[in-house]
Design a binder for this molecule. Structure first.
Ligand SMILES: NC(=O)c1ccc[n+]([C@@H]2O[C@H](COP(=O)([O-])OP(=O)(O)OC[C@H]3O[C@@H](n4cnc5c(N)ncnc54)[C@H](O)[C@@H]3O)[C@@H](O)[C@H]2O)c1
Ligand SMILES: O=S(=O)(O)c1ccc(CO)cc1
Length: 812
């Protein structure tokens, strides 16, 4: 035996004696060779090849763990974005024409490509991001491959499963630095599968894996222009957001930037999905498997150095177990290792950069200043780099900075609760709503708490479970839209019928000519059925007719110019009262689907009983002939029936992801929804908008057609005779522009639907950034309310609900 063998044996033996940690570095040779091939610096990847940045500007990307330069990166200008969008636009028709099977084969090829180059991708990601190779190799890259396999399947099934939908076109996608390759996969796999082409902007701190992926994808035969990567910072992202040739922006990142993008895209007609920040609760009841829950905490907050938007960063412990739990957790923290990302034996790598390190340090110091006690893992930190130890803050007040701000680092805060109700209240005491974790051995308790948590994903006795087939996304200020699964596919599609809509002005002119023609041939219902002229219709709030706050009303005119009545002029206060009434009707959201169906059928029955009266009103107000007015009432009755039918049939599903367990995709009401109705088909459009919301358990504050409000105020009597709980439907008549603004700015309104003039859509989107409401607007395009493909069914039901996935692993 040589002396060096002798030495190595004795050092191995030493580890057995001391059970000390020994490094196990992964080779970075291939990654360094790839970087060396691009030593002159990377250009953007546009139209199937690397191009030079138009303005020639560059910046460096560095290893977070050492601070050393890795490569030169092009800073994308507006011209670069323009070139990429042009390439994507040119490629899109051909990509769509390949058909579902053609695209499925490409996505399958991408999945295989990821598996073939798994090691290289994992090492490049660990170098550029600073996260442990164990995580990139065992979690990120396999999930990336799974995403392409899964979406190859959706491409194959597209013509059958999404026959009534068309792709959006060119999609701009902007991703953060915490899971660079995984976020790329989550974004591009569904977009490409369903026939869109993509311009992707990776985060400036971690551009390498996207560039490597694009290069490998081209080698794997992906047609030029289908996937374009433009690198750069926020300015490059902003240029992509502003580009007129982009049909959708899909963004993952901070809530602040999400807000900027919401404002920038408002009124542009671009679709938008936002995956934003979080402050997720990790709830442990006293009957939980404590050791398993301690291990769960380690995964929840120290995975990826806590730079995880769904990180379980608020540990909520039931009082009786708190002291013991914290003691066990501290013991476990003593064995966590922080070290080089390429070392396979470490638990945590480096934070992304010195700025993030400083932010985390400052927040921890703030926590301590505000009264928290700080405990940190004792192991040494490597020199250089942006390392920070696993950190636990106890004695934390629910209102303190560290309990409310997203730290985005390896810092856990703890609080205690006594009862399940208190746990739920504490858990929901955040503006975010991305994820939650519930630990209890009592299945009834865990499954009883899960639906009460305001979060897009809930893990029962588990944390950080993900799958391409299970949607992921937030409630509230964690954003809107889902990635993964069937619901994720819809984010890259639009109904064929909506794609064919025309601007309202043109549609109205055509309809008016038809209506005049028809009215001249038919007799409208006699005006004797109309209410007397001096009657002033009130507002409908909390189940009662109420006078408007300002005691003001305004006249309403028939199509022939005759004054036919007055309606209340609602103001901000009226909207606030209506929202408060809707908030108090929360019981409707937990009413059974059968109960909601019954209410809708009853409304239909009562409307049908007054069909003549409503037809007369419609004819007189809008000027359509009697047959058209009668047809509108019939269609409204039918639509109420349709949503009565959907109420107990539009429901969730059970996913079987690759683990022992299930994920229950449940559909939940949005909550309180503001609705602004258009002028055309005033009864049918009104019914078509409130009925799906009501069917799914929402409470609504509705602004009826500004021009023909009497159709909706006549409906009060239908509501009053239909056994509907007070506050489920509230109506505030008045000028739409001001009322849209109040609804958009109201923090207790969870979503906003606006149909009518184009400017209303823009304002609804622009002004709703405060609590990041999900919006459904028509951008001034006319909907054919009689056409079920345009005005009834799945699209409305999807917008009336949000999907919560409850993961339930099982087995010993
Ligand atoms: N919900 C999720 O799925 C999810 C996932 C990962 C990260 N995040 C969130 O991301 C944040 C951390 O990532 P980050 O620091 O990279 O976020 P960030 O918002 O600063 O940047 C994200 C991306 O947006 C770009 N960008 C910045 N300003 C822009 C602008 N004005 N217009 C367009 N693009 C712009 C950046 O260059 C980057 O590519 C955390 O808040 C975290 O919670 C959310
Ligand atoms: O940061 S998150 O978007 O919440 C995220 C996404 C995926 C994974 C998979 O490991 C983890 C975290």
């Amino acid at each position: 035996m040589s002396s060096s063998q002798n030495n190595s044996h004795s050092s191995v033996a030493r580890y057995f004696d001391t059970m000390d940690y020994g490094p196990a570095p992964e080779s970075d040779t291939d990654a360094r060779q790839w970087l060396a091939r691009h030593a002159e610096g990377f250009g953007h990847f546009i139209d199937g090849r690397f191009t030079d940045a138009s303005a020639g500007a560059r910046f460096d990307t560095a290893e977070p763990a050492t601070g050393q330069r890795l490569a030169g990166i092009a800073q994308g200008s507006a011209q670069d974005v323009d070139a990429a969008v042009a390439a994507a636009r040119a490629a899109q028709p051909g990509w769509l024409a390949l058909g579902g099977h053609g695209r499925a084969r490409h996505l399958y090829a991408l999945a295989r490509m990821v598996q073939r180059h798994a090691r290289l991708l994992a090492v490049v990601e660990a170098l550029d991001n600073g996260k442990p190779i164990r995580e990139t190799r065992d979690l990120d890259v396999p999930l990336v491959a799974r995403h392409f396999y899964h979406h190859a399947g959706w491409a194959q099934l597209q013509e059958r499963e999404f026959a009534d939908q068309v792709p959006l076109g060119v999609v701009g996608q902007i991703i953060p630095w915490n899971f660079p390759l995984l976020m790329l996969a989550w974004k591009i796999a569904p977009a490409l599968a369903l026939g869109n082409t993509v311009v992707l902007k990776p985060a400036e701190l971690t551009p390498l894996s996207a560039l490597l992926f694009a290069e490998l994808a081209a080698e794997a035969g992906l047609p030029p222009g289908v996937l374009n990567v433009v690198t750069g910072d926020g300015a490059t992202g902003a240029a992509l957001v502003a580009h007129e040739g982009v049909d959708k922006i899909a963004f993952t990142g901070s809530t602040d930037v999400g807000r900027l993008i919401r404002e920038a895209t408002a009124g542009s007609g671009k679709s938008l999905t936002l995956e934003l920040g979080g402050k997720s609760p990790f709830i442990v009841f006293d009957d939980a498997d404590i050791d398993a829950a301690v291990e769960g905490v380690v995964d929840a907050i120290w995975f990826n150095q806590g730079q995880v938007c769904c990180a379980g960063s608020r540990l909520l412990l039931q009082e009786g177990i708190a002291a013991d739990f914290i003691e066990r957790l501290k013991r476990r923290m003593q064995s966590l290792r922080v070290g080089s990302p390429l070392d396979k034996a470490i638990d945590m790598g480096s934070l992304i950069d010195p700025t993030q390190l400083e932010r985390v340090r400052t927040l921890v110091a703030t926590g301590v200043r505000e009264g928290a006690s700080c405990y940190q893992s004792p192991g040494a930190l490597p020199p250089g780099g942006s390392f920070f130890p696993p950190t636990l803050l106890t004695n934390v007040h629910p209102a303190s900075t560290v309990a409310t701000e997203e730290i985005f680092g390896p810092v856990l805060v703890t609080m205690t609760f006594r009862t399940p109700d208190e746990a739920v209240a504490l858990a929901n005491n955040t503006r975010y709503g991305l994820a939650a974790s519930v630990w209890s051995e009592t299945i009834g308790l865990a499954l009883g708490v899960a639906p009460q948590l305001q979060a897009g994903v809930v893990w029962v006795n588990a944390t950080n479970l993900f799958d391409a087939g299970v949607g992921f996304g937030g409630y509230r200020e964690s954003g809107y839209g889902r990635e993964g699964g069937r619901e994720g596919c819809y984010e890259y599609l639009k109904p064929r019928a909506w794609a064919e809509r025309k601007p309202r002005a043109a549609a109205i002119a055509a309809n008016a000519a038809n209506a005049a023609n028809e009215a001249s041939k038919t007799q409208a219902k006699p005006s004797s059925v109309l209410p007397p002229i001096d009657r002033t219709a009130k507002l409908f709030v909390g189940g009662k007719q109420v006078r408007p706050d300002g005691e003001l009303s305004h006249p309403v005119f028939a199509a022939n110019g005759q004054r036919v009545g007055e309606v209340g002029t609602g103001n901000r206060k009226d909207i606030r009262n209506a929202v408060a009434a809707a908030r108090s009707a929360a019981g409707w959201s937990s009413a059974t689907p059968h109960r909601r169906a019954q209410a809708l059928y009853y409304l239909a029955e009562n409307l049908a009983a007054r069909a003549d009266e409503f037809a007369g009103r419609i004819a007189s107000l809008t000027g359509v002939g009697a047959p058209a007015a009668e047809a509108e009432v019939d269609a409204s009755v039918s639509r109420l029936f349709a949503y009565g039918a959907w109420a107990d049939k539009y429901e969730g599903t059970v996913h079987v992801p690759p683990l022992r367990g299930v994920a229950l995709a449940t559909v939940e009401a949005m909550g309180v929804v503001g609705v602004v109705c258009p002028d055309e088909a005033p009864l049918l459009s009104f019914v078509s908008l409130f009925a799906p919301l009501m069917a799914m358990g929402n409470r609504t504050v509705i602004v009826p057609s500004e021009k023909h409000p009497l159709v909706a105020t006549d409906f009060y009597q239908v509501l009053e005779t239909s056994d509907l709980p007070a506050g489920v439907i509230n109506l505030v008549t008045g000028p739409a522009a001001g009322l849209v603004q109040t609804l958009a700015e109201h923090d207790d309104v969870d979503a906003l639907w606006v149909f009518g003039a184009k400017a209303l859509s823009r304002n609804a989107e622009r002004l709703s950034v405060g609590n990041l409401k999900r919006t459904l607007v028509d951008h001034g395009l006319a909907t054919d309310w009689h056409d079920a493909a345009s005005a009834e069914g799945a699209l409305f039901l999807r917008h009336a609900t949000q999907v919560k996935n409850i993961w339930i692993p099982y087995g010993e």
